[in-house]
Design a protein around this ligand. Sequence first.
Ligand code: COA
Length: 258
Amino acid sequence: MNYNNIILESKNFIATIIINRPKKLNALNIETISEINHALSTAEKDNNIRVVIITGAGDKAFIAGADISEFANFEKEKGYDLSLNGHQNLCDFIENLSKPVVAAINGFALGGGLELAMSCHMRLASDNAKMGLPEVSLGVIPGYGGTQRLPQLIGKGKAMELIMTGGMIDANNALSLGLVNHVVSKEELMETSIKIAMKILKNSPMAISSSIVAINANYKDGVNGYEVERREFSNCFQTRDFVEGTTAFLEKRKPNFN
Ligand code: COA
């Protein structure tokens, strides 16, 4: 598929999705969401991809939110569908991907951009990054999962403040709140993201997928995360990765999970 709004690159088992609408600060229109979904589906099926990094084109923005010009004249039903699409095809899709997804936040991550980042399995930010959920300034609320994932990451009180004030926080503030895992310089952002990806690549892809399922279970209504952990743990025992990992340990060599 030819993409109009993203660039998909892959090298050494790592796929990079670059949101590429720099003149619009990489704002997410419907077409961009569907292209991200397609790229992630492709990465998920490709045995030569084991980690995905998402970042923004240009030096100003990761993603400055959903494309306001696209939804400004929507009424209630279209608003619901917009939110459903953002949940199902973007944020829930990322969160439940069987391969780790890392957000490399290289500038503004606002509204839907921060919501996308929060659905990734981990977040790194460059020191120029600014984050926030400014939707209430537009007369709406976060609609791509932000009201749920922000309190999960930083706690209810801080999330209430950030959402109600619609303010932006800088990268170091985001780090102290636990919203991002690491802050590095702009120049080091991709290099550091790739370093983390390479550490992940040393480990069993099957066990990593199971970890994602088990950790996500903690945040799913009506699901007993401990039970999911037991199931995923026991499933590992029937995988070739388990045989390779344990055999390599006992033979005092490094495992080869490729
Ligand atoms: N949707 C659509 N277009 C957007 C956008 C968005 N979320 N964010 C930025 N853009 C566009 C601007 O309209 C502008 O387009 P133009 O050149 O055709 O006028 C272009 O991107 C550059 O943005 P600009 O506002 O000129 O840059 P800035 O440096 O002055 O301000 C921001 C940067 C991020 C503070 C500002 O763009 C902004 O507040 N964006 C909206 C953020 C938001 O509310 N997101 C949540 C949406 S639900």
